[in-house]
Design a binder for this molecule. Sequence first.
Ligand code: HEM
Length: 225
Amino acid sequence: MTGVLTLYRTSIGKKAVMAVTGLIGYGFVVAHMIGNLKIFEGSVGFNAYAEFLREVGYPLVPHTGLLWIARIVLLTAVILHVVSAIQLTRMGLVSRPMNYAQKKSVQASFASMTLRWGGIALLFFIIYHLLHFTIGVAHPDFVYGAAYENVVIGFQNPFIVLIYLVAISALAMHLYHGVWSMFQTLGLNNVRTNSLWRGLATLSAIALFVGFSLVPLSVMFGLVR
Ligand code: HEM
């Protein structure tokens, strides 16, 4: 245990925490995107899927038991990810008391800027999203358990669709840069494989952007109603 804590105090330890918790978040996002596409199966299919997420594991675990375990794991991962990011930023500032006369690498600073501000924007979006579709207080006509109808009514407003599209873009950029910096942390980047990793990071960002955007856009254009 003390070994783990000692490692966590180093920047490498914190970067490893960021990589592992980032991967947990990434896994959730991919699963959530695939689950959302069930909206194209219609009300019965989508609501049955939402119900399955609440009931999975029953009667071995109580109703919503596994869902709560997943929520706790996810929340812990997000908190550790954010805390490590703040600490790493501080360590960067501590070890560099004087500002560079000129930024060393324009590309690196752009990536870290988008990671930081995109990450903060995503945190705000997730709070709004929970109030919109899970708790329902930010929804005009929320009905508990009617996930399909909540989504269809929720995306009737083009302004809300726009908020989601901006958030999905921030998510795609965050994951693109996140995947890329994870490869660097793991030391997997070298001249031979760099273009392959960049290609994979780009492809996964585009797939997530398209997969998530399909739902609000299909509702807005009346393909899902
Ligand atoms: C178009 C995009 C999205 C749609 C249509 C969508 C839809 C939904 C719906 C309907 C729920 C509620 C499920 C239920 O309680 O029955 C939900 C929950 C959730 N979504 Fe999304 N979502 C989208 C994007 C995102 C993104 C980009 C993230 C995170 C980065 C995210 C994170 C979450 C989380 C954390 C929950 C709460 C899960 C729980 O605790 O039950 N969603 N989403």
